[in-house]
Ligand binder design. Sequence first.
Ligand code: BES
Ligand code: MN
Ligand code: ZN
Length: 491
Amino acid sequence: MRVSFVSDRPDSGGVVVLPVFERLETFGGARNTVDALGDRFTQAARAANFTGRKGQGFDIYAPEGLQAARLCFAGCGDPDRFDVEIFAANATKSLLETRDPTLMFHLGGFGQSADSCARAAVGARLAAYRFDTHKTQLESEKRIAIKTIKIACDEPGKAQASYDNFHGPVCDGQIFARDLVNEPPNILFPKAYAERIKTLSSPGLTVEVLGEEKMTYLGMNALLGVGVGSERESQLVVMKWEGGKKDDRPVALIGKGVTFDTGGISLKPGANMWDMKGDMGGSAAVVGAMHALSARKAKANVIGIVGLVENMPDGKAQIPGDIVTSMSGQTIEVQNTDAEGRLVLADALHYAQAEYEPQAMINLATLTGAIIISLGHEYAGVFCNDDNLAKQIELASETSTEKSWRLPLAPEYDKLLDSPNADMKNIGGHAAGSITAAQFLQRFVKDTPWAHIDVAGTAMKNKRHDPRETTFGTGYGVRLLNHWIADNYER
Ligand code: BES
Ligand code: MN
Ligand code: ZN
């Protein structure tokens, strides 16, 4: 989808969306269009019972003397409470059936910043996202025809720069992440996933893939154990973006990439098991973020590491009670093969610290069903060993609109992981499932400031109400990670 920002002139071709606030207040190009319509506007508004209240709307088709094919007047209520991104997303959602290739928004004359106008384009793009590559019978009328988004605004040059240099590439990364989560497990298995990551090689982004041989040599038996029941080879993919100063220590982003989680020998029930194609949502956020960082040439050094495995039951599969030695040297009694994400991350976290000595690291994972019990599908759960980092994440969450909420870590929870047979077991029992999972990860973190974000509820959703979320895979995390890096590590 092409996105361009233009000055707020009254008239344009295509489908034109005009915000109208309470008492029929309009601004900028929308004001000019309303003036050009004269009585026609007031009459149509009266006929449609339109007062400008939020959620109301009416259309005028083929307006006489104007270039537009269709004018869509959208009630926006109080201008002080206007959210431009949600506005653009809602308008786009209601116009998806349009056959016109051009969709234009009038956003001038009421104090919308260049940054906000760039976000409007993001709202529109996210709302127009579909995953229909595997639909062969889709009638052409059902395919989205919108090709160009035009935003008419006060500072088009600045808005274009904000979009090209930040919001556009971040949105590309989020859409890339959505595609990864939505792909089925027979198409996106570990090797195929690693291949897809290689296609991201934008200049300056390097991708290194470690196969089972290399991981065996390194002693990553916690990660490898998860994949031994699978016919498909496990992979560890390391992405490196060096946009910062030469001797700045990097930050590390680490993702759980279980391309399918059957539970292994601790097999999951059949109902809804298909959702476990999304058990790589944490890794998708990391890959999408690395794409965004490189595409917008972020001035920071960032390492992205994703552990890609398929968790299957098999004659060779890991057995409950098995004891594995992780790369850190710590031994783990695998009491439940369905608590596999933490095994993958244990080695990925250790490797990140041993190899790159990051100044801070964040891992994302669809780690526990319990986080959905705690926070539903709205907020991701944050666990953090450093109050300053937790604060940074809270702020990045606000600016990115990707909601998160901090939950505790404490020695009392850590104790629940003690095992009579090994250094630890991989489950903590019924209580506080998301916290004991986080405590498990913390055992593989030394003194690096670290956060774990449990995205089981936010990376994949079967029911959605935010107009920007259109498919199972949401791409959650790409925006949050980008703001975190932009606000704290770029200079
Ligand atoms: N991938 C799941 C967590 C999950 C469940 C994500 C539902 C999204 C929706 C994870 O590997 C898992 O199976 N966790 C277990 C842990 C338990 C065995 C301690 C869980 O949450 O039930
Ligand atoms: Mn599992
Ligand atoms: Zn899992």
